[in-house]
Ligand binder design. Sequence first.
Ligand code: IVH
Length: 802
Amino acid sequence: MQPDLFSSSSGTTSPGTPHWQERAAWLKSELNRHNHAYYALDNPTIPDAEYDKLFRELVALEQAHPDLISPDSPTQRVGGKPLPQFEPVRHAVPMLSIRTETDTTEGGAIAFDARLRRELGLGVDAPALEYAVELKFDGLALNLRYENGVLVQAATRGDGATGEDVTQNIRTIRQIPLRLENCDAPVLEVRGEVYMRRDAFERMNERQREKGEKAFVNPRNAAAGAVRQLDPAIAAQRPLSFFAYGLGHVQGWQTPESHSETLDALAGMGMPVNAERRVVAGAAGLAEFYKHVASIRDALPFDIDGVVYKINSYALQRRLGFVSREPRWAVAHKYPAQEQMTVVRDIDVQVGRTGKLTPVAKLEPVFVGGVTVTNATLHNEDETRRKDVRVGDTVIVRRAGDVIPEVVSVVLERRPEAVGAPFNMFQRLEGKCPVCGSHIDREEGEADWRCTGGLVCAAQRKQAFAHFAGRRMMDIEGLGDRYIENLVDLGYVHSIADLYRLKLDDLLDMKRRADERDGVTPETVQKGKIATKWAENLIDAIEASKNPPLERLLFALGIRHVGETTAKTLADWLGSLANIRQAPVALLRVLPDIGDTVAESISEFFAEERNQQAIDNLLAANVKPRDEHPPSAKLREKLGQAELLAALRIPKFTETRCRQAAEQGVTVMSLGDIGTSDSVDLPKNIKESIVEWLAQGDHADLVRNLDRVCRALLEQLPAGAAPELGHLTGKSFVLTGTLPNLTRDEAQARIEAAGGKVSGSVSKKTSYVVAGAEAGSKLTKAQDLGVPVIDETALLRMLEEK
Ligand code: IVH
């Protein structure tokens, strides 16, 4: 790639500027642009690998020419040296807080509007006030200072007058632009909230728990901890996000007339501004927004604790002014809290689908996050002990979004004298699964205790059935938890294949026995009338599920670590259940996106005789994937000897060494000769390591099996099959404007499915620019560079051609 192809984005270097300076400037602006598209707009413009390549190039250039490093360089996001402490920052304009309206009904909105109307002296006939309404993010307030468009300082709120300089940490937040677009005002301070998304928080905590380390209490604490982390390298690993909601000190920028226009302008400069905001009229508008946000609160990817109403016009804001340290023109209207106190009555243990044993606190019912909660997860033994949750304790329970309620912490001051003993899983269960009585086990390095009963355990079996029948798996409509419960408890199904042997009479029998057991036999049944429609439907649904796509059947089997994506990879690459169920672990490791843990888990699943038997039983019941095919032709590349040797994971025999060995003709099959062969040039210690490895356990058999299976797979490939490349491979597209039918994502997905690439900027190398309505500068650039411009119809035709 040559910088001159992209002259529009760097463009300003004068004649005589060294080429690396020009290249670095171009790289910086490209990377910043991609960052913005990825993190702020959620619309990536290039693949990650491509981004990494550009990034590494810039790092190398900056290392060679340190004078190129500037505060707006994307390389400066990685976090510098640990700080001894934070420097104080005096805010040019104090950071105030807002008054909170705690009435969690619409009344709170009405009271605020009435108060402002009174203060402005508006009569009943005066028009409604205009408000800018937005979310109240539950994070930490920040002041970002941009000078001449470049981020120079980030400070926390502190006591409102003086905060702390956290610039180093904030630079690591990719959503925050290091340079504003189209703004070179001498000073522009942007205020907003730094927060952590719930999914990022859950993932981070899950990792902490897996490592047996302390989990964070809630996203707000995790975010605050990360911002005030003295080691920026650690801060950089905490996934933070940011939303702008206002201004601080401004110099040399023509501030708009209203708050909503300011937020629009900030968004235009590349600042992340939340889209869930409106301009509304009067109390009715406020109340409507309050209700609307309440209804979407659980679905938002981050926590909020309310909404904020602000008078939109700055002129009116000035007229209203401040009382003590709070503006009169704004109010925060809260929602019911997502954290509440209650008492632990007992600690139970639940058995998960894979046997995981989870301690669950049984609580005095408490209303939190909009529902009554009686159970909250304690995650695992370590976590329960770390929080020291005991029966009788008063605890804080949290329920946010659709996340399972959890016990956050114990209120120690309220611990009663007669509190229970510290939680001990083994003692609590007397070493036995509470459902099936199999012994429980906790492997070294694992955070979880497990029931060893596998599908012998009714709890695991029930959940395995529920998973198997699920909508995204075998999709057996009508086979809900209640029927599964009865079918398992009353002994009608033991293994998944038993489902396919159920007869109408079995179902009716099951229902009758279950009703008798529960003492709920309906009157109609007592009178001899038996409803059969449901059972007929269920039998039909089971029958209809017999020929799913292979990937669904694989996903349905409930193999640990195999989600939909992995199931699809296995199905696409290996083509048939027969190939997959006999794939050696080394073969699985060479498939894309399958790491060692996943490969091992798949191979352990199929190594289990019971599981192979269950699959045979399914096949015997005529359950068969409908779309089996030969393995992917691309498999040929993956099954090179160097790749396979490396996948054996022999100590010291690194990828590079495997490549060297393969170049000298070493194959999986001839590996056994390596100790005696002088013709292979490899360091002695590596040869010794290979010989030692081959002598261990069943490794020699494993190698023979790998070779046999790989040969068999290659034989299934159509002779000399060309690699399966889409017909648009090698073609690059740039999309601009609005297409009449396809959304941008759809167009991109379809181009990529055909092997083409979609890029964000036009260059001489672009094959086609696809232009829709209101196409902008990219269209002009394509015309300047002579790149062919096509419309949606032509694109669709091209996609359909083969
Ligand atoms: S405006 C003078 N807007 O809530 C008004 N604040 O007490 C300045 N917050 O710590 C604040 N979301 O960090 C404003 N959309 C929003 C907000 C918001 C969250 C936080 C802010 C401050 C507290 C206000």
